[in-house]
Design a protein around this ligand. Structure first.
Ligand SMILES: [Zn+2]
Length: 520
């Protein structure tokens, strides 16, 4: 038995179904009609690609795998750090399969840099810092990729023809690399993530929906072109690799956005956050002068790096921590942290005050005249997270309705935007196809954490008990081996259990008999 997992970052089932109906995607039509399909509910905070793919490949929530965003708060600090594969604190699907001697090829999965040793091949995806690094295991694979002009992330930041050409070239190179690896190496599971779909949905979301005022059939064709290429790729997999179960999954959906919300401004407005005065006028002038020089002289990559550093520095300089009870640290994932005594260097909220402060924030935000109606979900951490990294998760996570996304600070609560026309929504896609998969079946309650346990079950590998997901047994035909086979579980390994216990003790030590209770 072989398994192929095709990840289409940010793909939406409604868009795919529309193009299937119009006859543009014959392979997808086959997958849906002869297989099982439905929405795949993603994970919070966010939704964001990095925690979502990590939940998909670990079968666990961020409180267990420790991944919230591509840059996240350092422990006991207000500073952010860029995370890497080393920050993923639980095993991913390829670790379990490698241990059972199954051959794995993983191409472009997010947050896999630096690449780890697997029983097969691993090619790191985004957040690899740049292509000069050693981003493959084994190392020699990199040389082969260069011959294909392989790009980890295509340089496509706008809708110019040059940008799109680069994206389509990268897509073609990725498909050629996948074919080449499939033909030349042994594998039991092949995982490939297309990141091109995420880039296109960010740039074109509002142009895809015929009901949206910005709908543009020419732009729709550009995005559809990418899906058509993936469609013919899938068709060749169906034709050439029999006895294989194919999964097509995405990490979240997409929607056009109209508003950007600045959470730290909202917190300031309600008296939870206090700002310092940032610059004297003279300093401000100097900064502007330096910015102008930078614009002319520095290459794009260095400019970006400096800008990032500046934002970080500004965060530190701007917020008056001793007068701040709550803050947003990452922005795009709708995260709010409470400045707790003992947890942060200048914490001011005591454990006795914690619950009242948190409830107060939730009430004020829900009833805020500028942003209240834009909130679709607001969650206390124990409602959505559990596990040894629970204390690193946001105290409050906000999910905005599809028309909004959040950011850190500007002198307004919300403002209209059009520079980024698409942002993430809760529902990604789930499609399964193969001889053992039910035909023309719609699955209604699949979650992103269910994918890994389902695949482990196919391979007959026991499911670790601490996984949050379940085996989607309903996708298998009643007479198939996988429907009949009992689900077997395994205890989590001792090293992990000890780590969990230590973290729990640390957490309780800091919080005493705090009223936060974990789900499991
Ligand atoms: Zn994504």
């Amino acid at each position: 038995m072989k398994v192929i997992v095709i990840g289409l970052d940010g793909a939406r089932l409604d868009v795919i179904k529309k193009w299937v109906k119009e006859g543009h995607l014959p392979a997808f039509e086959k997958l849906i009609k002869k297989g099982t399909s439905g929405n795949l509910r993603t994970t919070l905070p966010g939704p964001h690609s990095v925690p979502a793919w990590t939940s998909l490949f670990t079968g666990r929530n961020p409180g267990k795998h420790n991944v919230l965003y591509w840059r996240q708060l350092k422990e006991r600090d207000y500073k952010l750090k860029t995370i890497s594969s080393k920050d993923v604190k639980t095993k991913r699907i390829w670790n379990y399969l490698s241990e059972m001697d199954k051959k794995c090829i993983i191409v472009n999965a997010l947050l896999t840099y630096p690449p780890e040793k697997v029983n097969g091949i691993l090619i790191s995806g985004w957040t690899t810092p740049d292509q000069d690094r050693e981003y493959t295991y084994p190392r020699e694979i990199k040389k082969i990729l260069e011959k294909f002009n392989y790009r980890i992330v295509p340089e496509c930041r706008n809708r110019s023809k040059e940008s799109l050409d680069r994206l389509y070239k990268a897509l073609e190179a990725r498909i050629n690399v996948v074919y080449w690896l499939m033909e030349n190496y042994e594998w039991d599971i092949f995982i490939n993530i297309f990141f091109e779909t995420e880039i296109l949905h960010h740039l074109y979301s509002s142009f895809l929906d015929p009901l949206h005022p910005q709908y543009n059939p020419e732009y729709e064709k550009i995005v559809m072109g990418c899906y058509k290429k993936i469609d013919s790729f899938i068709q060749s997999l169906i034709d050439n690799i029999p006895k294989t179960t194919i999964f097509v999954v995405s990490d979240h959906g997409f929607s056009p956005v109209r508003n950007k919300i600045y959470l730290n401004f909202v917190l300031e407005k309600h008296g939870f956050l206090r700002k310092k005065r940032l610059f004297h006028k003279s300093q401000y002038k100097t900064t502007n002068y330096i910015k102008k020089i930078m614009k002319i002289t520095l290459p794009e990559t260095i400019k970006k790096k400096l800008q990032r550093k500046r934002v970080e520095k500004e965060m530190e300089m701007v917020i008056d921590w001793e007068k701040t009870r709550a803050f947003c640290a990452m922005g795009a994932i709708g995260d709010i942290y409470i400045n707790v005594v003992g947890k942060y260097p200048h914490g001011i909220v005591s454990k006795e005050e914690y619950n009242n402060v948190r409830e107060d924030i939730i009430e004020k935000l829900k009833n805020d005249p500028e942003i209240g109606d834009k909130i679709r979900g607001i969650y206390r951490r124990e409602e959505i997270f559990s596990g040894p990294y629970f204390d690193q998760t946001p105290d409050i996570s906000i999910f905005f309705n599809g028309k909004c996304y959040s950011n850190l600070y500007k002198g307004v609560a919300a403002e209209p935007v059009d520079e980024t026309v698409g942002f993430h929504t809760l529902d990604g896609i789930f499609i399964a196809y193969g001889t053992d998969i039910k035909e023309n079946y719609t699955i209604t309650n699949a979650k992103i954490v269910d994918v890994t346990p389902t695949i482990l079950h196919i391979f007959g590998i026991p499911i670790p008990r601490d996984m949050d997901g379940r085996v989607l047994k309903e996708i298998f035909k009643g007479d198939s081996e996988f429907a009949k086979r009992e689900i077997v579980y395994q205890e989590i390994d001792e090293k992990w259990r000890i780590r969990e216990r230590i973290r729990k003790l640390k957490f309780e030590g800091r919080f005493g008999t705090h009223s936060i209770s974990q789900k499991r």
